[in-house]
Design a protein around this ligand. Structure first.
Ligand code: UD1
Ligand code: MG
Length: 450
């Protein structure tokens, strides 16, 4: 927990158009580790247990409002800059007395430790403005921190306004600021849009605070934590860093990753102890994997729960709404969607199971297909405990196979099969004795007499 003596409110700026992303989707909804950037920022903010988190959005950003639920949003009518965006949150913080932590929705790699460091700096220095700064050899478009001769923060200069000399400065603004509530609104009112972009820069608050004889301070934080995502390349860069963090954390927690650099994880992935994940596995959002599970190479999983000691893959695709029971085996080229697989069941080869339930210890033969869609609606297939489905069976849903039943290979099952029954639904075989030999002889004879 933060050591601030004052209550804290977070204002997360998310109203920017994100033009550099060249996207119809608002920038902060682009995902890093399968989760929209803004959600990363909000979950880290929540760790500080602030009194309130307000998200500043632009007009027509219903998708952003939905993505930030349950946090209240404030509307910034026109995207006139970061200072104007903070002002837009004022109405939602009228009754709030305490510190205001401003964060950007486009810095998804922020960590609780870094926020705590900023809050601790405020408690220690009592400065009215604390800036999260970082050093980098490639300061690019970040704002630069101007220090006075004593090393105190004087002002922040935006890259677009900086002189060539100032651009050499490698001490950059990470975008996060902690502001003393009693000063923030009057200072914001003084900010003018007198710059090349004609925007109200939040960064001007530093110089204005100094002019008002208020103390300002900065705290150096890891560059990674405040990495700003403005382009698709930066999005990919942030994702790569997050992937490394996730892999590192899981390996520390007792997960084996074979070729970790090829395993793609999501920010909300949950992995138990002694899970083994082979190369080239993609774990999308909403995946929970219990202890001792093995995921072999080239699997794709999304919104699924895998119970203890199950074995998945190689080359399996497990889609949303699926649950794989304890010790079950899902093999190569198997697709499973919205399906519950019972304990110890086996679905080992070339199968599609959708909208189904498979009982414990059932064995689903190679090439089994649940025909779950009639062109209009989806239908369910129920397969009981210890059922044996022969290879290349089509189960035309809705259909129910009772416990202990057998289905002959190559069947097209359109009716329910009672418990312990053998169902065969294919043409009976005809054997024509000696036919093949006679056929070959006729071919030879025809060839000779051509
Ligand atoms: C900003 C900082 C820069 C800092 C960098 C760190 C300013 C003026 N500049 O630059 O010093 O080094 O972040 O990443 O603050 N937003 C709004 N409304 C607006 C404009 C922006 O809500 O009118 C939001 C955006 O959605 C975004 C955040 O504010 O989440 C930052 O805006 P962005 O345009 O990305 O600022 P940078 O140019 O990155
Ligand atoms: Mg930015």
């Amino acid at each position: 927990m933060a050591s601030s003596s004052l209550p804290l409110a977070c204002v997360v700026l998310a109203a920017g158009k994100g033009t550099r992303m060249k996207s119809a989707t608002p920038k902060i909804l682009h995902a890093v580790g399968g989760v929209p950037m803004i959600r990363h920022v909000l979950s880290v903010c929540s760790e500080l247990a602030p009194s309130k988190i307000v998200v500043v959005v632009g007009p027509d950003m219903k998708t952003v409002e939905d993505a930030v639920v349950p946090h209240p949003t404030a509307l910034q009518r026109e995207q006139k800059g970061t200072a104007d965006a903070v002002k837009a949150a004022h109405a939602k913080l009228k009754d709030f007395i305490g510190d205001i932590l401003v964060l950007f929705g486009d810095t998804p790699l922020i960590t609780t430790e870094t926020l705590e460091k900023i809050v601790a700096e405020r408690a220690a220095t009592k400065a009215a403005v604390i800036v999260a700064a970082f050093r980098t050899i490639e300061p690019g478009s970040y704002g630069r921190l101007d220090l006075d001769l004593h090393g105190n923060l004087d002002a922040i200069v935006e890259a677009s306004e900086a002189t060539p000399d100032q651009l050499q400065n490698t001490l950059c603004n990470g975008g996060i600021m902690l502001l003393a509530g009693e000063h923030v609104w009057p200072l914001l009112d003084k900010i003018e849009a007198k710059n090349s972009k004609k925007e109200f820069y939040l960064t001007d608050i530093v110089g204005l605070a100094r002019q008002a004889k208020l103390s300002v301070s900065y705290v150096e934080v890891p560059h990674e934590d405040v990495l700003g995502v403005n382009t698709r390349a930066e999005l990919a860069g942030a994702d790569a860093i997050l992937q490394n963090r996730l892999r590192e954390r899981f390996m520390q927690e007792g997960v084996t990753l074979i070729a970790p650099e090829t395993v793609y994880l999501s920010a909300d992935t949950i992995l138990g102890q002694d899970v083994t994940i082979g190369p080239h596995v993609v774990i999308g959002p909403g995946v929970i994997i219990a202890d001792h599970v093995t995921i072999k190479p080239y699997c794709h999983l999304e919104q699924v729960t895998i119970e203890q000691a199950a074995q998945i893959g190689p080359f399996a695709r497990i889609r949303p709404g699926s649950q794989i029971g304890m010790g079950a085996h899902i093999g190569n080229f198997v697709e499973i969607k919205n399906t519950e697989i019972g304990q110890g069941a086996k679905v080992n080869h070339l199968t599609y199971l959708g909208d189904a339930i498979v009982g414990a210890k059932a064995n689903i033969g190679a090439g089994t297909i649940t025909c779950n869609y009639d062109g209009f609606k989806k239908h369910r297939t129920e397969i009981g405990n210890a059922v044996f489905i022969g290879s290349n069976t089509a189960l035309v849903a809705p259909v129910k196979i009772g416990d202990g039943a057998f289905v002959g290979a190559g069947s097209v099952i359109t009716m329910d099969v009672p418990n312990d029954t053998l169902a065969i639904a294919r043409n009976r075989q005809t054997n024509m004795e000696d036919w093949a030999r006679r056929y070959r002889e006729k071919q030879k004879y025809d060839e000779k007499n051509k």
